[in-house]
Design a protein around this ligand. Sequence first.
Ligand SMILES: Cc1ncc(COP(=O)(O)O)c(C=O)c1O
Length: 494
Amino acid sequence: MESSNGVFNNEQLLSTIATNNGHGEDVEYFDGWKAYDNDPYHPSNNPNGVIQMGLAENQLSFDLIKEWMVKNPQASICTHEGVNKFTDIAIFQDYHGLPKFRSAVAKFMGKARGDRVSFDPERIVMSGGATGANETLMFCLADPGEAFLVPSPYYPAFNRDLGWRTGVKLIPITCESWNKITEEALKSAYEDAQNKKIRVKGLIITNPSNPLGTVQDFDTLKMLVNFVNDKRIHLVCDEIFAATVFNSPRLISVAEVIKDMPHVNYDLFHIIYSLSKDLGMPGFRVGVVYSYNDRVVTTARKMSSFGLVSSQTQYMLASLLSDDVFVTSYLDKSRERLSQRHKHLTRELAKVGIQCLKSNAGLFVWMDLRHLLKKPTKEEELKLWKVIINDVKINVSPGSSFHCNEAGWFRVCFANMDDETVDVSLQRIRTFVRRENKESNNNNDNTQKPNLKKRKEMMKLSRLSFNSRRFEETPNLLSPHSPIPQSPLVKART
Ligand SMILES: Cc1ncc(COP(=O)(O)O)c(C=O)c1O
């Protein structure tokens, strides 16, 4: 519509993509980012500020990387020792990438998976982080209106990464137990889509899971491989957290599974990887599409012109990742540090009656606060979440942001801060729980929150019933990154 001054309103001036809100920034969840941005915790400058536990960043092993860089100044073209390579690297713009970089990434991918499987550098396509890699792959595999199945709860930004610009739909698979994708649930989601005349082009999983921090077992992966093979649809495995598995069971990559299944059609299998989590470098924007499908490799490579990794980054990482001794030691130490942090956090939470889903990977825990909800609804979950942000002053992410339909779960990131900050956050949680207990004990009304003893009983019961719950999905958009400089999402890497 033309306004009185002759200017068309934005809806008409701009494209559908620009105006369709597919980026998903305007949801309640981002109040958490705003709260953190407005009042960020600092031990001396702002000790009562908000602690950021909504960022899945891995900052526990930066010292190792920095130490390597100091010892290897020639790896950077910006040092006295490396500047003679400056011109070659500054003008390099081939979308195949530096051969040394691709070989080093392929090798690192193998190492991050315990060297049980190897990766062919020729199948590595670069992209701007896993974000760009996921979108590029969708552009190769599906047309607007076609769909991908995704088990819930799932990485919130998938809606943006997989669907916003491509027009691909996401259909959640609701499983009996979050940790186990069953054939029954898969079939049911597939058939539902077919009944609605939606063409399903594939299935995407995160393994290890974001937000659960768990890994898929061999039988489940085999079932998924057989399922997609039977239906002639694609399987995309986002293995961005591959090297964060710090306890058994180990990660089984889909690459390992299909290696022993020569009868399946390899054209259907694709892995997404990135150095954002395993190496803790989301700022370097190094993502990878690894496809077993030649046509996808060629097409994705052409598309990668839109999101190449800078040659300076490629050059430096080629050296770092080729250093076998360093990589082996880094991966061991990083896992050990994640394990220690995870153990400390979950043990201290348990002391105040807060349980987390048993997990062995990732940079977060899936915390169970169902017992603190007055009613098991999304509204109550968001109310509690606001209390946690505003009163406890911790930014955690509510389960509803992950499309989890059971209210009361929260993702708590633990690797983006130092030990002291973890302890401050634990102290705040202890105080909060004590206050809650006192309040509920003082309250004689039976309809109010139960006291600690009752809550513990409820928790036991709810844990027992965990495997038999059904979750229904409510689509809810959420996104961690934003092109808008002032956006609270700029700092958010989920
Ligand atoms: C499962 C998953 N995929 C992709 C991404 C995006 O990663 P990147 O920073 O490499 O774009 C993330 C980031 O949190 C993630 O958790």
